[in-house]
Ligand binder design. Structure first.
Ligand code: ZN
Length: 133
């Protein structure tokens, strides 16, 4: 079951500058910075009530965030949906014809297991499913 929009991910070039910008915009302080080695990203999290914004910055040359910014510039990178069970949702969505970048959950930032749907089956939007560990 999809419970809510957990966060919106935004790809940025300069994490320090963007943290200051989003602190001003939201009137809230960044509460967590976390490196996700497997994805080649450094993330920063902001919270408004129980909704979050995740800033994503490339941590190496092969990072998908670096490629994303080269191709599409900075901006909204993905929408993350909070699910109670990734395995159940993967099964449900595959039955409906959705495709995944990988159906094997990875460890994401902020204590989550995550998978991504392929944007070609979601109107060009990269959708992340995340489950609390
Ligand atoms: Zn995310």
């Amino acid at each position: 079951m999809i419970k809510k929009i957990e966060h919106i991910g935004i790809a940025v070039k300069d994490l320090g500058k963007s943290e200051i910008l989003f602190e001003k915009l939201l009137g809230a302080e960044m509460y967590k910075r976390e490196v996700v080695e497997s994805e080649g990203v450094i993330t920063s999290f902001f919270k408004i009530a129980d909704q979050k914004i995740e800033l994503l910055c490339a941590s190496n040359e092969d990072s998908s965030i670096k490629k994303f910014i080269e191709n599409r510039k900075e901006g909204i990178h993905h929408i993350a949906l909070h699910v109670d069970s990734i395995e159940k949702e993967v099964k449900r969505l595959e039955k409906l014809g959705f495709e995944f970048i990988s159906t094997t959950p990875k460890k994401g930032a902020d204590n989550k297991r995550i998978v991504f749907l392929h944007p070609k089956t979601t109107n060009g939007v990269l959708v992340e499913l995340c489950e609390e560990i």
